[in-house]
Design a protein around this ligand. Structure first.
Ligand SMILES: [Zn+2]
Length: 379
């Protein structure tokens, strides 16, 4: 099938205003594995939009040659609501300004509704059960009486992805090295994606909890497996959140190699025709999300980092000082904050001004940590 472009209208927030998703589809619907890509769900995280812009050009050309061998959906921007979040010249985009929270949280848990619709129709055949569950999941999403602009958007994104085999959610950090949240169950089969992208950190995350976009489809399958223990329920789909460095790391020069990396991954796994060659050597080994230390400011001040992004620190090593610029004594003006783990400093906030309890940097360690002493303001 040739490349199709679909426009999906979202809620009109006021008279005279309209917003819409632009959805690119490649391959033949329902034939082969279903892959779903989206960028900038946090609308101020733009690197993925350029990556997917490169990718849709190549996929359109491949599709015209009959070389797209999967059912591929691509949203180069997933959040027109957030793209319009401008305040006094600054573009925000992480939170719904109308009060519906972080755009990548608060996705509903579908298991109750899906289980109700499935009833006693699950049998002993895994593939039949997969089709039954996916149809019920699509219905459950369609039935959701989503209120408010952010929830209408959440519903539209879920409708496009709930039955996908693979979900790629492209984000970035304030400032960061290349890294990814990756499902451990799929590491052996698909870990080459992180090597292709040159990830310096790979975080294994739990797929059976959470209200993020990427958790919707995985949590559903975990929940259904628990509800129907005597029936074969499909394993959770592959979902990864790719963190494409920092918000300022957005240019064609950076996006083109990342898009090439994704295309080679698609070729290697038979979703697009072509020979990608061997994957490069990985730059890191995966570490658990529970081992990631979130550094928290104990006081208000200006951050002065002692180590660079991507540097390895030891447990107890000071990563940054929080400076009160009005204190005369140099040492007294500085409150050092140390890492609780040995690992890579992989992400930092873009803003260098912090308030007490605010998280500002993350360090990827390889063993689980206890929760932090201070309550964390999680932005
Ligand atoms: Zn994000």
């Amino acid at each position: 099938m040739p490349h199709e472009v679909e426009t999906i209208p979202l809620m009109a927030p006021g008279p005279g205003t309209s917003r819409a998703l632009t959805v690119h589809r490649f391959g033949t619907r329902g034939v082969g594995r279903k892959l779903y890509f989206q960028a900038a769900l946090h609308a101020d995280e733009l690197p993925g939009t350029l990556v997917l812009n490169h990718l849709i050009g190549w996929l359109a050309a491949a599709d015209a040659r009959g070389e797209v061998l999967a059912d591929i959906t691509v949203l180069p921007y997933a959040n027109p609501v957030g793209l319009a979040n401008r305040i006094h010249g600054y573009h925000l985009g992480r939170y719904d300004l109308d009060g519906d929270g972080n755009f990548n949280r608060w996705y509903p848990r579908l298991a109750d509704k899906v289980a109700e619709k499935v009833g006693n129709r699950l049998g002993d055949d895994l593939e039949e059960n997969r089709a039954t569950i996916r149809a019920a999941a699509r219905e459950a999403v369609a039935d959701w009486d989503a209120e408010g602009e952010a929830n209408v958007l959440r519903k539209a994104l879920m409708a496009l992805s709930i039955d996908a085999d693979m979900i790629f959610d492209l984000h970035c950090h304030g400032a960061a090295v290349q890294y990814a949240y990756f499902p451990q169950a799929h590491w052996q089969a698909y870990g080459d994606l992180t090597a292709e992208l040159g990830c310096r950190v790979v975080l294994f995350f739990p797929t059976d909890e959470g209200s993020t976009f990427d958790a919707v489809a995985t949590v559903l399958m975990h929940d259904l497996a628990a509800r129907f223990p005597d029936r074969p329920v499909p394993p959770p789909p592959f979902t990864t959140t790719l963190e494409l460095r920092g918000q300022q790391d957005c240019s064609d020069a950076m996006a083109e190699p990342d898009a090439r990396a994704i295309l080679r991954f698609l070729q290697r796994h038979g979703f697009v025709a072509g020979d990608p060659g061997s994957p490069p050597e990985p730059l890191c080994s995966p570490t658990p999300l529970e081992g990631s230390d979130t550094m928290v400011a104990p006081c208000a001040g200006v951050i002065s980092y002692r180590v660079a992004l991507g540097e390895r620190v030891k447990a107890g090593e000071v990563v940054a000082d929080i400076v009160d610029p009005a204190v005369v004594d140099f040492a007294a003006a500085r409150t050092p904050v140390a890492s609780r783990t040995e690992g890579i400093v992989y992400g930092r906030n873009l803003s260098l001004l912090v308030r007490p309890g605010q998280s500002f940097a993350v360090v990827a360690g390889d063993h689980a940590l206890p929760p932090p002493d201070l309550p964390v303001i999680d932005h």
